[in-house]
Design a protein around this ligand. Sequence first.
Ligand code: HEM
Length: 431
Amino acid sequence: MGDVQQHLTAGGHLDRYEAAAERDPLEGLALLSGWLRTEWRPLFAELRARRPILHTPAFTLVTRFQDVSEVLRNGDIFTVRGYASRLDPAIGGPVMLTRDGTPLNWREKGLMQVMLPPEDVPRVRALVAGTADRALDAAAAGGRIDAVGELFRPVCTTVCAEYFGFPGPDPGTLARWSRAIMTDVTVNLAGDPAIHAASLAAGREMMDHLRGVLDERRADGGGRDVFGRLLRTVLPGELAWDDDRIAINVAGLLLGFLENAVGSMTHLVRQLLLRPEVHRAAVLATPDTAVFDGHIWEALRFDPFLKVISRVCARDHVLAAGTPRETVVPAGTLVLAAVASAMWDESAVPDPDQFRADRPPHPQLHFGHGPHACVGVHPGAAVISETVRRLVLRPGLRLLDPPDGAVVRDRDVFPDRFWLGLGAPDRDGEA
Ligand code: HEM
């Protein structure tokens, strides 16, 4: 289903889902999960209007802004315990994302916020600008670039290496670890044992590697990267963390960042380039990053990489109490908070189908919301903004006609290739 017109498609999803679910609940769920990838805008528009809180045998889907926000704000009721069984065994222990309002979450999130401060943004932008420009220069002669493999992934693994201080043995291995673990954590809702086993194997390799480099990093005095900063901060004393806590939090830098950043850049660049007038306006805005950023976060709203955030309901809870959609969510329910839908809810985002680069940032949920909101938001947002800024500054940047220009995903939701044209169009069939 295509892009700019997606939201104009007629409804009928709810009726089709219910008819299929009555025949066979699994058939209904298969329909829903397909639409979540390809027809999410009309599906969510219909659900917001007709069934804002949809109960299915496998999960409850929440689609209005106010209710998504209620789910994400109330960490004591809508918990992250569902992540723990997949992520903790892979990295060998608990981490802030798998622990609700515990001392561990409070302490480690607080410290990691200090480790990833907004003051790092200029330095992160400079690192990204140099890396992106070199990648774009190398591709320019060929008149095209695979934005995923030649730009987004190399920029992100360079940020891991030089800013986080976690280069791994090589960029390919770093990317392989991250992909295997995040596939299990975010995509494997059905609990496929092979995906889980691949994540455990990758996690073991990664944690052995990180423990192996700890002493070396201590001996070199830490350096200017986040890993070094962390090692200097948690010296024995009040803040002493053992090696496991340090290694797990460094692993969290890679896992929170890489796939989210690559996926988000892929989605938003496509949305920018689908709208020539928006593309032109974004190019004109490049001298002022604040104005430019309005374009990219709005483009991401048109196709967020992360469509839903999952939680498990800890006790029976009346969601949307006092409204006509008031619903009891029973303890144990898997709740999918549809952030992609919330950002299209006209009660929070006026005229959601209009592309407006000057929207206020508060209804944006790209970096989560509430107690688990992204700890890496400042450097993470800077990586996305600067990479895309360097890209749109290239003359002749354009989508290629399908199949060349399609976003290719070899296995799951993570993009593997996305070819873009650069320079003067000189091939038949190019857009
Ligand atoms: C420096 C880069 C990044 C780091 C180190 C990082 C790390 C993390 C961590 C550790 C969490 C869990 C926080 C908690 O449990 O309290 C988190 C949450 C989150 N991050 Fe990031 N992240 C980065 C970049 C990004 C990017 C680029 C995106 C997407 C555009 C993103 C989207 C999110 C979202 C949506 C959540 C909320 C998850 C939830 O509530 O279940 N992050 N991030």
